[in-house]
Design a protein around this ligand. Structure first.
Ligand code: SF4
Length: 587
């Protein structure tokens, strides 16, 4: 469609970039989905670059050869280099067979790895900011960034798309974009981070406040990008590419597009993909799948968009998408099977915001009916799950459920509008555990108006259920712009909302005051005190971050023998089976 069938016409080249910095345990889904969507178009060449992985790999290489010198956890440089390198190799499964699954050894290496990455990422985020602001940085820091962006420049793209999933990627992305200015490529930024920002266009409108170290500066971030896309990338990027490739230069109607036009900032409303079943499968073919920091390939997969509940008062995830849509369960089973065969893996993380019991059950039934042998994890809310649903999910390969428990105080849960019962949540965790599924719990401490007694209720719940909790992801409550609580703070007992003095342009966190319950400062202090106790709950304090690793442990311990072979006999017409015929009648 773009070159009108003329083979002589130059193809339009698109580089999709996933910037640092987060531990690279699995490949990035966002740009894989975009490549799947755009890749089949005639006249386009789409290449994905996981610069997050490249950043980690380069850092470990430079650490080893001495170009990068760091000291962590009281160790000198040589010891840091040796131990961090050994931790990376261990997490990639390069130790002797089975060593990865020795819990104490895993924890020791994961501890060094997380210590290393937190110092590394702080250091290079600061270098990136300074480079953007024109402040002095060590020559090696600039060379480091030049080194990781070079493959993108060598590809000679017409368009470079930076995918910003998490806010900590922004300055890395902008810094790398700055190194691509002058290549002639247009630059577009997109990703979930912008979709939850109250005013994403503000980044393009004029100078934004940026901190480098202790000092405040101004940065014209808009000069580093030609476009921003908010909302789902498939609709916006597809339309933008069509526009650029045809040379039309008319941007009206490109979904979610924001740009600096002749008359100031121009923006178009975002658009949701109406039917997820029409989307192509994600394309992971550009990623070096055996270099991720996991001993077994684990692929992410998204089978729905948005959240079917979308009522939790503290949440902004639900706002990332315009509405909730889901793929047919038969399609999900078929896609997982195809991805398993294509990429030689049997481990998947379903990254849907929240899977409902009946939907999990239908997906499980389809996987079982089609004979697809995989292991997978999913996110859920502890309500509505029954023993048969959990047992069938286990049989279909579900090994980890990541539950948004949030609190064990019923008053707090009700105030959150979580739609769960604390007592029932405990029973569901027990049933899940008995079914053989490992439970990861998300818990929030210090919800506005929460009292010491209610806080204790949650701690006591965690203690009492510790046998059924395999991992814990604990956090302090943060008031986020865009959440329902931000829109109507008084309804949640928040008497005052205050801006933060050191706000980065993408930060959506605010300070607040309450008239009852623990104050924000008390929450900070009490939470710090509680952390050592909470760290003892679960099999590993690192599973909350390394969720792919948790899936591997869970699949190994109670799973089908070894790594599952994907059966050749899955019928091609799995997607066409009716929902009814796919449901088993064994209850
Ligand atoms: S916290 Fe989870 S269940 Fe609640 S609205 Fe957000 S995504 Fe949905």
């Amino acid at each position: 469609m773009h070159n009108n069938g003329d083979p002589q016409q130059k193809k339009f080249r698109i580089a999709l970039v996933f910037p640092p910095a987060m531990h690279p345990s699995s490949p990035p889904l966002g740009i894989a989905s975009l490549k799947g969507h755009l890749g089949a178009e005639e006249g386009l060449v789409v290449r994905n670059f996981d610069l997050n992985l490249a950043y980690y790999e380069t850092a470990f290489e430079w650490l080893r050869d001495g170009r990068l010198r760091m000291s962590i956890q009281g160790m000198d440089h040589d010891t840091t280099a040796r131990k961090a390198g050994a931790a990376r190799d261990f997490l990639r499964g390069h130790a002797e067979p089975g060593a990865f699954f020795e819990q104490a050894r895993y924890d020791a290496h994961a501890g060094v790895y997380t210590g290393f990455e937190s110092v590394l990422n702080g250091l290079f985020d600061n270098f990136s900011r300074k480079m953007l602001l024109g402040l002095p940085v060590p020559p090696l820091a600039r060379r480091f960034f030049e080194c990781i962006i070079e493959p993108v420049r060598a590809f000679k793209p017409d368009l470079i798309g930076f995918s910003i999933l998490f806010s900590q990627q922004l300055f890395f992305g902008l810094g790398l974009a700055g190194l691509c200015r002058g290549t002639g490529a247009k630059i577009v930024f997109g990703g979930a981070t912008f979709s939850v920002m109250p005013d994403p266009g503000g980044l393009l409108a004029g100078p934004v406040r940026v901190f480098a170290g202790k000092d405040q500066h101004e940065l014209d971030a808009g000069a580093l990008m030609d476009f921003m896309i908010v909302g789902e990338g498939e609709a916006g990027l597809g339309s933008l590419v069509e526009n650029l490739a045809s040379g039309e230069g008319v941007f009206a109607g490109v979904p979610g597009l924001i740009r600096r036009g002749d008359r100031g900032l121009e923006s178009e409303p975002p658009q949701a993909i109406a039917n997820l079943n029409d989307l192509a499968a994600p394309d992971f073919s550009d990623f070096p799948l055996d270099r991720y920091h996991s001993p077994v390939r684990v692929l992410p997969y998204l089978a729905s968009r948005g959240c079917p509940w979308r009522r939790c008062a503290f949440c902004t995830h639900q706002k990332t998408y315009l509405d909730y849509r889901e793929e047919w369960p038969e399609r999900t089973a078929e896609r997982l099977w195809k991805l398993a065969r294509e990429y030689g893996t049997s481990h998947f993380c379903l990254v849907d915001e929240m899977i409902q019991p009946h939907r999990l059950d239908r997906i499980s039934s389809c996987l079982l009916a089609a004979g697809v042998e995989i292991f997978f994890s999913a996110y859920a809310k502890p309500s509505g799950f029954t023993r048969p649903i959990l047992q069938r999910a286990y049989r279909s390969g579900l090994r980890v459920l990541m539950w948004g428990l949030e609190s064990a105080s019923q008053r707090v849960l009700d105030l959150m509008r979580k739609g769960t019962k604390a007592v029932r949540a405990g029973e569901i965790l027990e049933a899940s555990s008995l079914a053989g599924i490992w439970n990861l719990l998300f818990v929030i401490f210090g919800f506005p108006t929460e009292t010491e007694e209610e806080w204790r209720e949650t701690v006591e719940f965690l203690d009492a259920r510790s046998g059924e909790i395999d991992a814990l992801s604990k956090s302090r409550y943060v008031l986020l712009h865009g959440s329902d609580m931000f829109c109507d703070p008084a309804q949640y007992g928040i008497s005052k909302v205050m801006d933060r003095p050191r706000r980065d342009p993408v930060s959506i966190a605010y300070d607040y005051e309450t008239e009852t319950g623990l104050s924000q400062d008390e929450v900070t202090v009490e939470f710090e005190k509680l952390l050592p106790r909470l760290s003892g709950i679960g099999r590993s304090p690192y599973f909350g971050q390394f969720r792919e690793h948790m899936l591997l442990f869970a699949a190994k311990e109670k799973g089908k023998a070894g790594r599952a072979e994907v059966r050749e006999s899955v019928p091609e017409d799995a997607e066409t089976g009716s929902e009814e015929s796919a449901l088993p009648d064994d209850e």
